[in-house]
Design a protein around this ligand. Structure first.
Ligand code: ATP
Ligand code: MG
Length: 169
C-alpha cells in the first residue's frame, strides 16, 4: 500500500483554495486541478510499504497541541502549482517529531526538506497570473495517516489512522 501523512483541511480552507483555482481557470490556466475532497497538506511521504502497522505506531507516539494554519501566497515546482502556508513554528516542530517517530519505528519516508504546500493543480499550462489566495485559516487538531490508491478518475485518498492533538494546558 502507498501511504503518506497529512493534515486534512477545513471546509473554509478548501473553499478558499477552490476559489483560487476558479480564478486561475478564469484567467485561462489549464491543467489537472486537485479535486476539493483531495486537498491536503502532506507532512511526510512514506510510499509503498507492506503494512501500515509501523506507521500507525509512529503516529501514536507523536504528541502536539492544537495550532493555527493559515494560507499565504502561491508558488510552483515546475508545472505543479501550489498554495503556500504562513510560516509556523508549531508546524515545523510537528513535522520534526513526526519524522523522528517514523525513523524510530523503521518507517521509510522521503527525507527531502519539508516545504509546506497544498497542490492546486498539476501539469499547469501557461504563466502564473498574479491571482491572490484569499486569507483562510484553521486550527489543526488532527494528523492523518492516508492511503493513496489510483482510482478511475484520479487518486483516492483514505484516512486509515489519526493522531489527535492534546488539549492545550
Ligand atoms: P499522482 O502521483 O498520480 O500525481 P498524487 O501525487 O496526488 O497523485 P501520491 O503520489 O500518492 O498521489 O502522493 C500523495 C501525497 O504525497 C501528495 O501530496 C504528493 O504530493 C506527496 N508526495 C508524493 N510523492 C512524494 C515524494 N517523493 N516526496 C514528497 N511528497 C510526495
Ligand atoms: Mg504523486
Amino acid at each position: 500500500m502507498r501511504l503518506f501523512i497529512a493534515i486534512l483541511l477545513s471546509d473554509d480552507m478548501k473553499d478558499s483554495l477552490l476559489e483560487a483555482q476558479n480564478r486561475l481557470y478564469d484567467r485561462g490556466v489549464r491543467g489537472r486541478f486537485t479535486a476539493e475532497e483531495n486537498m491536503h497538506l502532506t507532512l511526510a511521504f512514506i510510499g509503498e510499504v507492506p503494512s501500515a502497522e509501523p506507521a500507525l505506531d509512529a503516529l501514536a507516539a507523536v504528541s502536539f497541541s492544537p495550532f493555527e494554519l493559515g494560507l499565504e501566497g502561491m508558488g510552483r515546482f515546475g508545472d505543479l502549482w501550489w498554495a503556500g502556508l504562513r510560516d509556523s513554528a508549531p508546524l515545523a516542530a510537528l513535522v520534526r517529531r513526526l519524522r523522528r517517530a517514523l525513523t524510530e519505528n523503521g518507517v521509510p519516508f522521503d527525507k527531502k526538506r519539508f516545504s509546506p504546500h497544498i497542490t492546486l493543480l498539476r501539469r499547469a499550462r501557461g504563466e502564473m497570473p498574479g491571482v491572490p489566495v484569499m486569507d483562510a485559516s484553521m486550527t489543526v487538531e488532527r494528523v492523518s495517516l492516508m492511503r493513496s490508491d489510483r482510482g478511475k478518475n484520479g487518486m483516492i485518498y483514505t484516512e486509515i489512522g489519526a493522531c489527535e492533538a492534546r488539549p492545550a494546558e
